[in-house]
Design a binder for this molecule. Structure first.
Ligand SMILES: [Zn+2]
Length: 444
């Protein structure tokens, strides 16, 4: 009996040994993550704001030995402080949030490529992007990846950018900078990093199709943290034991991905994901961050917190697109105007509107351009169900972004239309129109 027991114990010990050797060591890693903060340093509708976000981050990091904090791009562009100071203050404020790494988003290029490169210098944490290069093949950020050491794990974080960068920016702002293929590039780095790390994490500012391509076809990337699509996810995406997460934009929520990582397989054996709302009603703002945010808001408040007009009701982003088109038509006396819905960055609330609301809708310094076209040459998306004479001349007002990217995305779906007449800054035009209207009741 005694011998039998000993035999069983020995077999059990051997089995345990076999298991540990086969499976390697299992260590925990917690990835806190954000994306598309878009310079929303102050809360909107009771959500977000850097001071509240700072508190939530501190709370989640307290007593957390295995936590890292990642940001998946588009930190800037979306509020007056960002537009007026070209994003610099947003990067300075973000230094107080305690990021461990971030990647660039397409909107980091809105103030020109030199400013995008500058952001990587202002940040007190590494900004990594592996697939944005110049003609000489040099990277825009100092490094394509960084290896973070946390809880005995070496976590390799590779940064990446959507291949549609060129269609999301103007040629002037990009200069000679361009993307190289996303999947091939990140796969190459992931393979190189396997021997130097215990887990490879992709931190990427990419579109939905690109997210699926990475998750479904790149076995070398077990974990992805992404940004670019603002709606966030209700459930993490997963495939073959790999996982991909993204949260809502504007700092409305913080993601928390808890992983158990097998250091031999260099992959998670299990994970849980949750989204933590950043709610101003039940969060105490972080005092140090609140002071810094106020310093910056105070610099712009005289310019942007002036009463502008009254909105009789709320207007969705889709309705704001049509309001903008109406404003452009009326302000420029054009027959048609067209606004890309991706360029509308906020809905309008009901009640007293301030100049700030227009800045939030239209943070970009987009210019309005006008072209004259025969009815037959007008793009279908512009005409809609209106009756036109194919031989008559019509004027069409669009943003310089649309004029430069006519064929891409949801834009005009045409090419080669010339918009030679400059009509002014779109935001100024909208401010004038709203101020004259006084009360905004409906969409035409
Ligand atoms: Zn983006």
């Amino acid at each position: 009996m005694e011998r039998m027991l000993r035999g069983i114990r020995r077999a059990a010990a051997l089995l345990l040994l076999a298991c540990t050797t086969l499976a390697g060591e299992v260590r925990t890693l917690t990835i806190l993550h954000l994306n598309d903060l878009h310079a929303h340093i102050s809360p909107e509708n009771g959500r977000g704001g850097f001071a509240y976000l700072a508190t939530v981050i501190k709370r989640e990091r307290a007593n957390c030995a295995d936590c890292i904090l990642l940001n998946a791009g588009d930190l800037v562009q979306g509020s007056p402080v960002s537009t007026i100071f070209h994003g610099d203050p947003i990067y300075q404020l973000a230094n107080l949030l305690g990021f461990d790494a971030a990647c660039l988003g397409n909107h980091e290029f809105d103030y020109g490529w030199a400013q995008a490169a500058q952001f990587a210098k202002i940040a007190n944490y590494p900004i990594v992007t592996a697939n944005v290069v110049n003609a000489a093949g040099e990277l825009i950020t100092p490094k394509p990846y960084v290896i973070l050491k946390v809880n005995g794990l070496r976590v390799a974080v590779i940064g990446a950018m959507t291949e549609t960068l060129n269609t999301l920016s103007t040629p002037k702002s990009l200069g000679e900078w361009h993307t190289i293929p996303l999947v091939e590039t990140v796969r190459k780095y992931a393979r190189e990093l396997r021997s130097q790390s215990d887990l490879v994490v992709l931190l990427a500012h990419i579109g939905g199709g690109e997210e699926s391509a990475i998750l479904n076809s790149v076995a070398e990337i077990p974990v992805s943290v992404t940004g670019h699509i603002h709606s966030g996810m209700t459930e993490a995406m997963s495939h073959d034991g790999r996982v991909l997460v993204r949260v809502r934009s504007y700092g409305e929520e913080l993601g928390r991905l808890e992983l158990k990582v097998d250091t031999e397989k260099k992959a998670p054996v299990s994970w849980t994901w949750k989204r933590i709302p950043v709610d101003t009603a039940n969060t105490e703002p972080d005092a140090a961050m609140a002071r810094q945010v106020k310093l910056w808001e105070d610099k712009v408040t005289a310019q942007v917190d002036r009463p502008l007009a009254i909105a009789s009701r709320t207007f969705t982003k889709g309705e704001v697109k049509r309001l903008i088109e109406q404003a452009l038509r009326e302000e420029t006396h054009s027959d048609f105007a067209w606004m890309n819905s991706g360029g509308v960055r906020d809905p309008l609330p009901q009640g007293q509107l301030l100049d700030r609301h227009i800045w939030n809708i239209m943070p970009f310094d987009n210019e309005v351009l006008i072209g004259t076209f025969k009815g037959r040459d007008l793009p279908k998306v512009v005409i809609g169900d209106k009756k036109i004479d194919p031989d008559r001349d019509y004027t069409l007002a669009v943003s310089d972004y649309t004029a430069a990217n006519q064929e891409t995305g949801e834009n005009l779906r045409t090419t080669g239309l010339q918009f030679p007449k400059y009509a002014g800054l779109m935001r100024d035009m909208l401010l004038d129109w709203f101020r004259k209207k006084k009360v905004i009741e409906s969409v035409e």
